[in-house]
Design a protein around this ligand. Structure first.
Ligand code: NAD
Length: 247
């Protein structure tokens, strides 16, 4: 029997990048998985359900649809997120509200809708996709970093609140990862090759993290083998948070 046999998962932002890699890996390991995303074009056995994490009604409808289709819910991967560039001077109030609405309030809405179902599970786990930006000062990422700092704090707060419910809550903190998101970022740079080389050089290993590597960490935290692990922020960053190799 596979590790996730009989377990039912929803992955927000599951149609692309880290979310799609996670949904695919969980399904390969035996879970039934619904991808909650603005984009519903995922391939079987994944189930695509339209969900806008900034809209509470949309979230409640999508979680209900997932629970009905999967027969319950054990795992929530809060992964949907958007980026923002610039210093604290560069984004107006509306942009601050928009990015917080997706990256932080989205986690609140999805988890709030899922909790009644998670309480009925014997293996309940929530994994949030945070970022190295929560703990490191990265240039031109004031707004994005603030949202991810909030995600890490929220992870700890939810972990302690739901200890008694038997629901584990953890997050992964990826370094720069090779996903469609970073592809779009590079495509918009003046010199995409130089920008990519700069991002790679920032990682102690000299390369970007893959979506599959992050999916592996999320699956570990989501799975029964991590049953003693809650309230943890797990870096998946090729050493970026802790290592200073000599060049
Ligand atoms: P991606 O752009 O490839 O995928 C993001 C997905 O989220 C898309 O499918 C998109 O449709 C969905 N989404 C966006 N807004 C949504 C909304 N309102 N409702 C529902 N779905 C929505 O990005 P990715 O690189 O896979 O990033 C996924 C997560 O990983 C994000 O939370 C991001 O902050 C985090 N992260 C990414 C990196 C990186 O370098 N790529 C590093 C650290 C953390």
């Amino acid at each position: 029997m596979s590790e996730f046999t009989g377990l039912r998962a929803v992955v927000t932002g599951g149609a692309s990048g880290i979310g799609l890699a996670t949904a695919t890996l969980l399904a390969e390991r035996g879970a039934t998985v619904a991808c909650l995303d603005l984009d519903t074009t995922v391939e079987k056995p994944l189930l695509g359900i339209r969900c806008d994490v900034t809209d509470d009604t949309s979230v409640r409808d999508a979680v209900s649809a997932a629970v009905a289709a999967l027969g319950g819910l054990d795992i929530v991967v809060n992964n949907a997120g958007i980026g923002a560039q610039g210093t604290v001077e560069d984004n107006d109030d509306a942009e601050w509200a928009r990015v917080f609405d997706v990256n932080v309030h989205g986690i609140v809405r999805v988890t709030r809708a899922a909790l009644p179902h998670l309480r009925s599970s014997q293996h309940a786990a929530v994994v949030n996709t945070c970022s190295i930006a929560a703990t490191m000062g990265l240039p031109q990422r004031a707004l994005y970093s603030a949202t991810k700092g909030a995600v890490q704090s929220l992870t700890y707060a939810m972990a302690v609140d739901h200890l008694a419910d038997g629901i584990r809550v953890n997050c992964v903190n990826p370094g720069t990862a090779d996903t469609p998101w970073i592809g779009r970022l590079l495509a918009s740079a003046d010199d995409p090759a130089a920008e990519r080389a700069s991002l790679e050089a920032r990682q102690p290993s000299g390369r970007l993290v893959t979506a599959t590597e992050i999916a592996g960490a999320i699956a570990y935290l989501a799975g029964p083998r991590a049953s003693a692990t809650t309230g943890v922020a797990l870096p998946v960053d090729c050493g970026m948070q802790t290592l200073r190799p000599r060049r």
